[in-house]
Design a protein around this ligand. Structure first.
Ligand code: S3P
Length: 437
């Protein structure tokens, strides 16, 4: 058995760091440039296990992707340039790849079979199967069309209006991508606003798309539309991932004396829930150098440690900080008062059941958190003592526990840390650099 890695408490945090490219944007960039026409370079692409799953799947369908000095070059073949994969596409741990790619594959004149690891095969897929079937897709899944492996056959897609049931950017994006493959107008109404990277990138690439609040229209009568919906590629630049930055924002936010600047981070309004919550808790967070990168807002995030006071987090905020809830829970245990997180049932169907994982593992470190059916109650003012914990093979749980270790009095031993590769391969190097600065 691999030895557990040890994370000791950190006395001081002071410095400037960078985090790798945004995972959501990286997936979308690879997929959209593969079905756009001509070459398109991606600067700052995240090279992590999840994004590699997308890259390999596209390569398996004949897309040539080459490594250049200053980025990754995708040789797009247009909407109908993908080739039938000769084998099952193994998408490993990546839910985003499976759900978004299904939208593209529903529009192809060939058969594809999609699978993944134990975690991905246990995650809910009826949320894309049902709506894709509604617009005419021949898509099937095991367990009564609810789980992967998925099979997608040649289909004839149609448009219409789809009212979103689950607040999920993955479901929305799957349908928006599928709508490139039919001749009708298509409207997606979101039940709650979720991350809008697909919409922004489509707009950036010149795909006619209109967004008004929670209504997204791919309009056939749009003056810009061409008859076959083909679009030409442009170079793209991916900002740093706020969900990766979150671990360092959290590390510094609640400890007076700690200060950190994280450069070049995406601050898309649909993703900044963690900044809003920490600010409402009394944090000192400033955005410096605000600018725009390929249609996405970006800035440097400066965090100065303060004593924080807990606030409740309820359903309307959840989509804007869904991936940050485990690390927010760690920090809430250090703040004054209690934090009640509700309306966050989606946490149970991520790479692991993140409610159960946080409660169980933080418990092993001496921190009491109560599990609720759709969230958790975190008691504030606790000390993170230390102990041995497990990642549940979930990258965000693993990194949250490492930060808990840095804030602990006796140190944390972690098993299963290799899953951090899913989204942040250099995570430990950034921590080492911080320890030395
Ligand atoms: C993602 C959307 C979110 C998020 C996931 C990435 C995306 O999932 O949790 O890490 O890139 O669209 P849901 O759409 O299922 O909420």
């Amino acid at each position: 058995m691999k030895p557990l890695i040890r994370i000791d408490g950190i006395e001081k945090v002071q410095g400037k760091i960078q985090v790798p490219g945004d995972k959501s944007i990286s997936h979308r960039a690879l997929m959209l440039l593969s079905i756009g026409k001509g070459p398109g370079k991606i600067k700052g692409l995240l090279k992590s296990a999840d994004v590699l799953a997308t890259l390999r799947a596209l390569q398996a369908m004949g897309i040539v992707i080459t490594e250049e000095k200053d980025g990754v070059l995708v040789h797009g073949k247009g909407l109908y340039g993908l080739q039938e994969p000769v084998d099952v596409l193994d998408l490993k741990n990546s839910g985003t790849t499976m759900r978004l790619l299904s939208g593209i594959l529903a529009g192809q004149p060939f058969t594809s079979v999609l699978t993944g690891d134990d975690s991905l095969r246990s995650r809910p897929m009826e949320r894309i199967i049902k709506p894709l079937r509604k617009i005419g897709a021949n898509i099937y899944g095991r367990a009564g069309n609810s789980k992967a492996p998925l099979v997608i056959l040649k289909s004839s897609l149609k448009g219409g209006v789809y009212q979103g049931v689950v607040a999920s950017a993955q479901v929305k994006s799957s349908l928006l991508l599928a709508s490139l493959y039919h001749k009708d107008s298509f409207t997606y109404v979101e039940s709650q606003r979720t991350r809008d990277h697909t919409e922004r990138m489509m707009e950036y690439l010149g795909i006619p798309i209109e967004v008004e609040d929670n209504i997204i229209k791919m309009n056939r009568n749009h003056p810009l539309i061409n008859s076959d919906k083909e679009f030409f590629n442009k170079d793209l630049e991916v900002p740093g991932d706020i969900s990766s930055a979150a671990f360092f924002i959290a590390l510094a936010a609640g400890r007076p004396g700690f200060e950190i600047i994280i450069e070049n981070v995406g601050i898309n309004p649909t993703r900044v829930g963690i900044l809003e919550v920490f600010n409402a808790m009394g944090a000192d967070i400033t955005i410096l150098n605000e600018r725009s990168l390929s249609g996405e807002p970006v800035g440097d995030i400066r965090v100065r440690g303060k004593t924080l006071k807990n606030i409740p987090i309820s359903e309307e905020r959840i989509p804007s900080l869904i991936d940050e809830l485990p690390i927010i829970a760690v920090i809430a245990s250090q703040a004054e008062g209690d934090m009640e997180i509700s309306g966050a049932g989606e946490l149970k169907v991520k790479e692991s059941d993140r409610i159960a994982a946080v409660v169980e593992e933080m418990g092993k470190l001496g921190v009491t958190i109560e599990e609720k059916p759709d969230g958790m109650r975190i008691y504030g003012g606790q000390r993170i003592l230390g102990g041995s914990v497990s990642s549940h093979r979930d990258h965000r749980i693993a990194m949250s526990l490492v930060i808990a270790g840095l804030l602990s009095t006796e140190g944390v031993r972690l098993s299963g840390e290799e899953c951090i590769d899913i989204s942040f391969p250099d995570f430990f190097s950034v921590i080492e650099a911080l320890r030395k600065s």
